[in-house]
Design a protein around this ligand. Structure first.
Ligand code: AMP
Length: 200
């Protein structure tokens, strides 16, 4: 059975588990998982001109410029693999990015189908990021100081993105507490149960 394309944005503060859930969702629907953070980290690892431009910004827990990010996402979404749908993870992170995404997808005739926000309290987030750092995630921005900075940036610059979608009655809020599978099932239920749990 051919399912309708799922064009989804995963929102949520750093440490909410949106990366994990975005990967699972993309796998279960066989659609690309598009993580702007991953694209940037890869550019840094490859020491490309983009990587050299953004490394200090990532290491400080700040946001890369809207212009650069919007160009990057425009290029990524123009690849044919997103015809089947996509899960966006880490974009949009500012109101300007959200507006640019709406008009870009409008031009493409591929509007978003779902916006899911994972909700987790700040104290749980800091603890999760601390544990991730202690386990050695390999991410140079996974330490308590940078985590606190990233949370502050989230509340100042990214929270308005949720409000933007909420005003348009497009936001589904999902409780991000619990096991990976519990959260996955909640997201799936919110999408109308279209996503099968990956657990056998
Ligand atoms: P993430 O893996 O989504 O947590 O992203 C890691 C870092 O990449 C962020 O802390 C930002 O420095 C940068 N980044 C990722 N996506 C964006 C975006 N949409 N806008 C600005 N900066 C971004």
């Amino acid at each position: 059975m051919v399912q309708n394309p799922l064009r989804i944005v995963m929102l949520g503060p750093p440490g909410a588990g949106k990366g994990t859930q975005a990967v699972l969702l993309a796998k279960s629907r066989a659609i690309p998982h598009i993580s702007t953070g991953e694209i940037l980290r890869e550019a840094i690892a490859n020491d490309s001109p983009l990587g050299r431009e953004v490394k200090a910004v990532l290491d400080a827990g700040n946001l890369v410029s809207d212009k650069l990010m919007i160009d990057l996402i425009r290029q990524r979404l123009s690849k044919g693999d997103s015809d089947a749908g996509f899960v966006l993870d880490g974009f949009p992170r500012t109101l300007a990015q959200a507006q640019a995404l709406s008009s870009l997808l409008g031009e493409m005739g591929k509007p978003l189908t779902n916006i899911v926000e994972l909700n987790v309290s700040d104290s749980v987030l800091l603890e999760r990021i601390r544990l991730r750092g202690a386990k050695g995630s390999g991410r140079s921005d996974d330490n308590v100081e940078v985590a606190a900075r990233r949370l502050k940036v989230y509340w100042e610059q990214t929270a308005p993105v949720s409000a933007y979608y909420e005003e348009r009655k497009e936001l589904s809020k999902v409780d991000g507490l619990g096991t990976i599978e519990e959260v996955q099932n909640r997201i799936s239920a919110g999408l109308g149960g279209v996503v099968k749990s990956l657990k056998k």
